[in-house]
Structures are given as structure tokens and as C-alpha cells.
Design a protein. Structure first.
Length: 296
């Protein structure tokens, strides 16, 4: 990766109840030489192999919350790394179920688990990390991933990943003018009651939140199987047109603005989606009006 690139690749976008061949919530944020995974769902390791990324190259893992679809791939990721490389895993206090599942790894040479609470922030290589408290029935966090070193005039590029949550003011605050908000959109509007009962968000709620935060673009993930991506896009576009629904292994690049661009805050980046397969010559998808956001 070139030193000025800043991107997120969606290894898995499925919610928990999807078929066994799909990969659940997992993404990889890359900036300069730093690679950070946000959640490690079912099938995450297989997806890394498809990207030709060596698991040993991952610098840190951020867990949004300890529901199975967000951490089930952690043991295979950790065991695929060389024994002498310790991987930092940041996340909320582990649930009992997660402790049982990960019991052999919690004190192993493979990983260092750091439990985060409150307002946690840390620099990790070329990326600055911050937590955002969210609302999901158990302790849960969204994550802000920003360029560690702001450019002189253009500021920092910034991605916010919500994890599973009800719509939260904390996300709006953290995502103000971010380049990209990756927000869960488990249910359509006609299943709004289920979203409320299961502490998830609807597509419309995610879009309303993106609009309120004035983000550059919104990526919808964690869409429940009964709700098609196309349907989700149509529903969201009515509220917030700069919306994307990435498929597994799609990548979103946040391009750096030219050096003479003046901006006071983040959120003015150039956002574009690169469809998988990314190994071939990149196909830039721009048939959709929401795929490009270049605001002045
Ligand atoms: Zn989930
Ligand atoms: Zn969850």
C-alpha cells in the first residue's frame, strides 16, 4: 500500500443469521503500513487469504462487542500467526460466552487482550483509534479510525465503524464530518419494531444519522437476510444519497485531497468504492450517484 492511501476493505458484511458460506462482520482498515481489523467474524481468515494478506501483517484487532458473529474468527486468526508475534486485541469486557470460546487464547503467546472502557484512545502505527459508546444490550463500542498524522491543510481522514447498535447520539458526535460512516442497518423500516426489540438499527435510522453527522459517505452493513441490499440502498437514498452497500471484499478508498485544499475539519475526503476482485485492474464503480463524494 502506498504511504498516502487510506482504505477499508469489507471482508464480511453479513448479520448473524446468514447462510454458512457468508462471512460475518469483519473489516480491514489500512493506512500507510498499518493494518487494523475491526471485528473478526465467521470466515474472516478465509477472506484474508483471498486478499493475499498474511495474518501476521495485522497490527491490531478492534472488537465492537462480544456477540459471536463479531469474534468467532478470532481463534483461527490468532493460531495462523507465528508464535512469537503478539497481536493486540482491544475490546469491551468479555462476555462469559466469549471467555469460554476463547479460553485457550486469553493468556497465550498469540494475543494480548486489552479491555477498553470509557473514552479509550490510542495510536497504533499510522492510525489513531478512539472508542464510541453504543447501545446494544451488552457493553459495546463503535470505533473511530483516523489518520494519525494530519496533513497540513487537509486535516485527517477519518472512518467511523458503528458495530451493532441502536441509533446513538454518540455516533453522530463522533462521526461529525467524517469521510465515511460504516453503520449497521440490520432491518428495513417495516421491521422497525424488531430493530427496537433487538437493539439494532433500521436502514432509515442509519441514513438519518449519516445526514445528521454530515459524513462524506455512508456504508450500510449487517443487513439481515430478508432485506436485500438493493432495497436497503433505495430506502437509504431517500434520506442520504451518498450511500453504499459493499459486498464481501469490496474496498472503499478515501483519497487524499490535493495539497492546496484548505479545510478546517475532517469529512471532506474523496470516497470511492473499488469492487472485488481487487487483485485485477481496479474497477471503479461510479454508476451510482452515491459512490462519489467530493465536497468543497
Ligand atoms: Zn452482529
Ligand atoms: Zn450484536
Amino acid at each position: 500500500m502506498k504511504s498516502n492511501e487510506f482504505s477499508i476493505t469489507f471482508l464480511g458484511v453479513s448479520a448473524a443469521s446468514i447462510n454458512p458460506f457468508s462471512t460475518t462482520s469483519t473489516c480491514l482498515v489500512e493506512a500507510g503500513n498499518t493494518k487494523i481489523m475491526v471485528d473478526v467474524g465467521i470466515g474472516a481468515l478465509r477472506q484474508l487469504h483471498k486478499m493475499h494478506v498474511n495474518p501476521g501483517e495485522i497490527d491490531a484487532v478492534l472488537i465492537t462487542h462480544w456477540h459471536f458473529d463479531h469474534y468467532a474468527g478470532l481463534p483461527s486468526l490468532l493460531k495462523s500467526r507465528k508464535r512469537n508475534s503478539l497481536l493486540s486485541v482491544y475490546g469491551p469486557k468479555l462476555s462469559i460466552a466469549a471467555r469460554i470460546y476463547l479460553v485457550g487464547l486469553l493468556h497465550s503467546k498469540h494475543a494480548c487482550f486489552e479491555l477498553v472502557q470509557g473514552n479509550f484512545c490510542k495510536d497504533c502505527g499510522d492510525i489513531h483509534l478512539e472508542t464510541v459508546p453504543t447501545v446494544h444490550g451488552i457493553v459495546s463500542f463503535g470505533w473511530v479510525l483516523a489518520e494519525r498524522f494530519p496533513r497540513e491543510k487537509q486535516g485527517r481522514r477519518r472512518i467511523v465503524v458503528s458495530g451493532d447498535t441502536r441509533p446513538a447520539q454518540t455516533i453522530i458526535d463522533a462521526a461529525k464530518k467524517a469521510d465515511l460512516l460504516v453503520h449497521e442497518a440490520t432491518y428495513s423500516e417495516k421491521h422497525a419494531n424488531e430493530a427496537y426489540n433487538h437493539e439494532h438499527s433500521t436502514v432509515a435510522e442509519a441514513a438519518t444519522l449519516a445526514s445528521g453527522a454530515c459524513v462524506g459517505a455512508l456504508a450500510l452493513v449487517h443487513i439481515a437476510h430478508q432485506n436485500s441490499k438493493l432495497g436497503a440502498l433505495k430506502e437509504a437514498e431517500k434520506i442520504f444519497p451518498q450511500v453504499l452497500a459493499p459486498s464481501p471484499l469490496d474496498r472503499i478508498d478515501i483519497d487524499a485531497l490535493p495539497a492546496d485544499t484548505n479545510k478546517e475539519n475532517g469529512g471532506w475526503g474523496q470516497v470511492r468504492m473499488v469492487k472485488y476482485p481487487i487483485r485485477k485492474k481496479c474497477e471503479i464503480v461510479n454508476h451510482h450517484p452515491g459512490l462519489w463524494c467530493h465536497r468543497k
